[in-house]
Design a binder for this molecule. Sequence first.
Ligand code: SF4
Length: 221
Amino acid sequence: MFSQSLLRFLHQVHSALWRWRHLVEQRYPKLQSMTIELTSSCNLACPHCCMDAARAGAGHEISREALVQFMGKVKKTFGTGVFLTLTGGEPLMHSQALEVLADLKAQGFVLGLITNGALITERNISALSAALSSVSVSVDGLAAAHDLRRGAGSFDRAMHALQLLSAARIPQLMVNSAVHEGNLPKQFLSGTARSVRENYEGRKTGPTELRWSLTAATGLK
Ligand code: SF4
């Protein structure tokens, strides 16, 4: 009898707390994530690019100072629980990409990067892994299907980037694939999965989590 009353009481407390939390969240909405385009320029020239990044050229980028100032205001208003994804164009084309990442990390934000991987090298992997919690690399299939739209050699560079990121134990690695007429055949799915897996087999990825998402390549020209 006593335990039933206690259970009922606990259930009422739990319901009241839940209603209270719901009311607070309605009154003070919380910013959970933001995406910022560091630059609109890119080192590749994919025909399906929704940014038309190849034509943007160098210099189309947000200034380091302006971004730090803006994110300071975000931090003041919403705290640092905001997950911040950096994209482009190719975000690593920003002339001060590594400095920007270090600044934002120092401000306390949790950072993610969406990249084609071509500019991830042995020279910058330490700085990248020190700042990033999540990286998404574009891989559109096996070498032929990938290079068809992203250019010769870009598949190898994307795979190299995945290897470096994996070895550096980035907590969350993602592969994003743009589906188009050049990679739609049945073997696309199993082929891409195999090439990604082969780059991970035997590696001590530690806490790294690998995810794979598909998007449709729109804006075909
Ligand atoms: S890698 Fe991404 S940003 Fe660069 S041209 Fe291709 S789709 Fe556009």
